[in-house]
Design a protein around this ligand. Structure first.
Ligand SMILES: *[C@@H]1O[C@H](CO)[C@@H](O)[C@H](O)[C@H]1NC(C)=O
Ligand SMILES: *[C@@H]1O[C@H](CO)[C@@H](O)[C@H](O)[C@H]1NC(C)=O
Ligand SMILES: *[C@@H]1O[C@H](CO)[C@@H](O)[C@H](O)[C@H]1NC(C)=O
Length: 504
């Protein structure tokens, strides 16, 4: 069963972000995309400001494509490996706002969310555009969304780094109103899955930046910053030591178990601890050490069900059978509880994620849905940042990644992780000195525990000593009775409309 087809499965599931986008793309964008250009800091690093588009559930970078340059704002994705841009002629970009308020909320007032408001690419207007693969670009996602068209090469610019002849997909037939910049391993490109040939990958963006000497090695750092901050940063070819606190620990990327190749940023998750003013619980599963993908293109994080249900019980989350999602009262954002994720064994990095980073608004103002029954009746409903999956790949998306400063070293297949410094305004950029150089200022973890996905053995039920602290600190009463969850889950029926609003 060793097949490159599984490469596709990985990238497809990793692209669950798009399901989030479809659900929550409801509010009018209140801010302009950040068009600030960051200048070249050193000969060997390039820095780009990325915008936290909460409504779209992701981080976006403004790039230029073609000559003369056309500006587009694309989602930055460590979980995929292709750049693709929506074609100006695609129906998703040419459609105008529907008359009447079918979208509900702010979106209906102006229809600003219709069309490709983040930009589209008019290939006819670029003199340097060359089609290199007619009708062979094709990506489809688990939620049914897709992008298809031609592969082409053209000029491309990001963070002041100018490249010519960059291979991209042109989304001619697509239902996604913006493109992506996938910066993952070349082996995870859609063309590899589509052709079933590991020989088919082309040089994607970070590889090409290295080969053209813009950066010395295929590596970059990602600082997503606080959930409430509007911007973060991607730094190609270097590390910014002022964007994290404490030690930078370096762990190995794990190979994909199906293909035996490095295809995505899989690391070995080996512990999860719930901490609150009332106590601390070690949360366990037979599936440790868990292979988890660090994926900036996924809004939420997805753990094995056995672990996720313990997390939900700690915070008193409610599982909804209709939307297949866990929810919490929005007041939980004030909870003093934290979850500490551990990697690569006892010597590895530990990243604490505060509850403030795990409670996500579904809508704004009067559109916020409320619990209609159960012990949270009348309280605003928020989406919880940790959800569950049945099988690999498990994903640590933005709800986890914001709390970490992460260095992706695709040359050495290593990941550097440190505690983020939220809202840091300082900068100290250290470039990778040469191709294959190890992560500057990083310390490689000794005796790392590799991800096996199922070490067997016994697991201990936590006593949920932390649970009371999670919930009382948030001023949420009464303390949650876990036995009621099944009943509440079954009787609370949400209807998730296309607009992303709940109706009861
Ligand atoms: C552009 O890239 C393509 C595909 O990687 C390659 O075949 C072609 O030779 C390149 N052209 C130039 C002018 O570098
Ligand atoms: C970071 O800045 C945002 C926006 O100003 C603010 O809401 C948030 O509380 C700040 N976070 C921290 C940890 O200071
Ligand atoms: C997630 O957990 C719920 C509640 O335990 C369960 O019913 C559901 O099947 C799980 N979903 C997945 C995808 O594993």
């Amino acid at each position: 069963m060793k097949s490159v087809a599984t490469l596709a499965a990985g990238s497809l599931i990793a692209s669950i972000a798009h399901a989030q986008v479809v659900q929550f793309d409801i509010a009018k964008k209140t801010t302009q995309p950040n068009r600030q250009r960051l200048s070249k800091r050193e000969a060997t690093t390039y820095e780009e400001t990325i915008t936290n588009e909460k409504q779209r559930g992701g981080y976006f970078a403004t790039v230029s494509v073609g000559s003369p340059a056309q500006k587009l704002t694309l989602q930055l994705d460590t979980g995929s490996s292709d750049i693709w841009v929506p074609s100006s002629s695609s129906s998703v970009c040419t459609k105008s706002a529907p008359s009447g308020g079918s979208r509900g909320g702010d979106g209906a007032e102006s229809g600003e969310d219709e069309g490709c408001t983040l930009g589209s690419f008019d290939s006819k207007k670029s003199s340097s555009m060359t089609v290199v693969g007619k009708n062979i670009f094709s990506i489809s996602y688990v939620d049914g969304s897709h992008s298809k068209g031609d592969y082409f090469t053209d000029d491309f610019e990001i963070g002041g780094a100018k490249l010519t002849n960059v291979t991209m997909g042109l989304g001619v037939d697509t239902d996604i109103p913006y493109g992506l910049v996938g910066v993952g391993y070349a082996l995870n490109e859609a063309i590899v899955a589509d052709t079933q040939r590991v020989s088919s990958p082309y040089k994607n963006l970070p590889v090409q930046m290295m080969e053209e000497g813009l950066i010395s090695t295929n590596a970059y750092s990602l600082w997503l910053n606080d959930l409430d901050a509007s911007t973060g940063q991607i730094l190609f070819g270097g590390v910014d030591t002022e964007k994290y606190e404490g030690e930078m620990s370096v762990v190995n990327v794990q190979m994909d178990s199906q293909t035996g190749a490095f295809t995505s940023f899989i690391v070995s998750m080996t512990s999860l601890t719930a901490n609150s003013p009332s106590g601390s619980d070690s949360l366990t599963t037979r599936q440790y050490p868990i292979p988890v993908v660090l994926d900036s293109g996924t809004t939420l994080s997805y753990l094995p069900t056995e672990l996720a249900v313990q997390v939900w019980r700690e915070v008193g989350a409610v599982w909804d059978t209709y939307t297949q999602m866990a929810y919490v009262p929005c007041g939980m954002e004030n909870s003093k509880g934290t979850f500490e994720f551990g990697f690569a064994g006892p010597n590895g990095p530990k990243i604490s994620v505060d509850m403030t980073e795990l409670v996500l608004d579904i809508a704004e103002g009067s559109d916020v849905p409320k619990f209609q029954s159960g012990q949270y009746k009348g309280q605003n409903i928020c989406q919880f940042g940790i959800q569950n999956f049945t099988s690999e790949p498990f994903l640590l998306g933005d709800t986890f990644l914001r709390s970490a400063y992460v260095v992706y070293d695709l040359e050495n297949n290593q990941i550097g992780m440190a505690k983020t410094d939220f809202n840091s305004t300082k900068s100290n950029i250290v470039a990778f000195p040469s191709k294959g150089a190890t992560i500057p200022s990083g310390t490689v973890v000794q005796n790392q525990v590799a991800a096996t996905g199922d070490a067997g053995g016994s697991v201990a039920q936590p006593t949920y000593a932390a649970s009371k602290g999670f919930q009382s600190a948030a001023g949420i009463v009464p303390a949650f009775e876990w036995a009621q969850v099944a009943v509440i889950g079954a009787t609370t029926v949400f209807m998730l409309a296309g607009s992303g609003l709940f109706f009861l």
